[in-house]
Design a protein around this ligand. Structure first.
Ligand code: SAM
Length: 431
């Protein structure tokens, strides 16, 4: 039986072989050597926590991504009364610190392959249990390749409730199999990241095929495709292991750009092909659709007279199901309000984001989003005002919501032809 009690500092007593892997052997050296964001100050404050960043890889633009994961982790702790976290690529350790303080994690293993970060991570985490004896510490720092840490935890049957794989700049698919193996599979959480805007934009389909198992073509809602590509890759990997995946929230940020998804894994039902399939986009008429596996040979588009159209381009397989669990996101919003992060007329970006995520979860909405610039260009009118467009779409009996991904776009089940007609009418009314 493993002792979960707080341990001394690295090298981690959890690991089979406490000899760190030297950098050149790291399987992903490109990631370690890439240029890092620089800051004037070596100290930062986030949600009231002061911490040192020094020369570590730290982006304050990722604060919202950290807020979201801490909220989800805290809800998990409240429902399961336990929370063991692996912060597998921890940088300066800010996430580990926040999981310990805000989500009240019982234990955090803060790992970063870069040994030069040892002092900074340890000092940042020392602030958490200040006043406690060394034996009462809830955290351990290690410096190994993340895949190695996860594989060793799995072999020791020492599982985590939450694994955070912040693989900024590299493919999280590289870590997925080991992360899933090291996760508790009665609802354990896996937070994964991609910064692969080229692949989601359809600019390197062979790479997206290799990394995420999806051949991705250019589509106007490519940033949502990026989230679906990331989830789809995890769905495929999980189903190999006999697990199913539920996205709790999916977050796109244009800083990077970064795609982050919080996935819940459970044993049992394998990949649900209702939610794992193909997406088509017709450049001719602007309509998009999902295509199930059994309809792959019969792709046509409403704008085409012929049975088999040459117009739609197809990407996939991707996750085609809901991007968020609306109930979970609502609980996150309530918790954020309790913590004073939102509410009282503050109208914070986090509040707007969480509310948009709930709106986006309306089951009547189709995947993707329609950019109003595209509607305007097809209708040959000026770009229609977003709120007027949405209310007119509602009046016509369709569902519509704003998108957290693109500010001048709507998610809707309204066909492009109807959007074009509405945009033309709006222009006529105002001229
Ligand atoms: C995006 S940064 C982490 C940022 C941090 N999670 C935060 O929120 O501030 C990625 C980190 O992963 C580390 N890293 C790169 N490859 C790794 C690997 N294979 N295993 C473990 N850590 C790795 C890098 O040293 C870098 O600090």
């Amino acid at each position: 039986m493993l002792n979960l009690a707080p341990k001394t500092l690295s090298p981690s007593p959890f690991l089979f072989n406490p000899i760190p892997i030297p950098f050149p052997q790291n399987p992903n050296p490109k990631f370690l050597t890439q240029s890092r964001p620089s800051f004037k100050s070596e100290y930062q404050t986030e949600r009231g926590h002061e911490f040192e960043t020094g020369d570590t890889f730290f982006w304050h633009e990722s604060a919202t991504g950290r807020d979201l994961s801490v909220l989800a982790a805290s809800l998990y702790k409240k429902s399961k009364s336990r929370l063991r976290v692996l912060d597998a690529l921890c940088g300066c350790g800010i996430r580990s610190l926040r999981y310990l303080v805000e989500a009240e994690a019982d234990f955090v293993l803060a790992n970063d392959a870069n040994e030069e970060y040892r002092r900074i991570i340890s000092e940042n985490l020392s602030r958490v249990d200040r006043g406690f004896g060394e034996n009462e510490r809830r955290w351990v720092v290690s410096h190994f390749d993340a895949n190695r840490v996860m594989a060793e935890r799995y072999l020791q049957r020492d599982f985590f409730d939450l694994i955070d794989v912040d693989s900024f700049g590299s493919d999280s698919s590289f870590f997925l199999r080991n992360a899933m193996n090291a996760l508790k599979l009665d609802g354990g959480l896996l937070y994964v990241t991609s910064t692969d805007g080229y692949s989601s934009g359809g600019h390197r389909p062979h790479h997206s095929l290799a990394a995420y198992g999806a051949y991705v073509r250019p589509m106007p809602f490519s940033n949502e495709v990026g989230l679906r590509m990331l989830i789809g890759g995890a769905v495929r990997e999980a189903s190999v292991l006999g697990y199913n995946v539920t996205p709790l929230f999916s977050y796109y940020s244009y800083h990077g750009p970064v795609f982050r998804v919080m996935l819940q894994l459970n044993r049992g039902k394998l990949v649900d092909d209702r939610y794992y399939g193909f997406i088509s986009y017709c450049h001719q008429c602007g309509n998009s659709d999902t295509i199930s596996w059994d309809k792959l040979g019969q792709i046509s588009c409403p704008c085409s007279d012929s049975k088999v159209s040459s117009y739609p381009v197809v990407s996939g397989p991707l996750w085609t199901g809901p991007l968020h669990d609306a109930a979970y996101v609502t609980e996150m919003l309530n918790l954020a309000e309790q913590w004073g992060w939102v509410g009282s007329g503050k109208g914070t970006d986090l509040e707007k984001l969480l509310k948009l995520m709930v709106d986006e979860s309306d089951p009547r909405l189709s995947f993707g989003y329609i950019k109003l610039d595209e509607v305007a260009s097809r209708a040959k009118v000026n770009s229609p005002p977003l709120m007027t467009m949405m209310s007119t779409i509602h009046k016509e009996g369709y569902a519509a919501s704003r998108s957290h991904i693109a500010s001048n776009a709507i998610k809707t089940n309204c066909p492009m032809t109807v959007c074009i007609r509405i945009a033309k009418n709006l222009q006529e009314c105002h001229s």
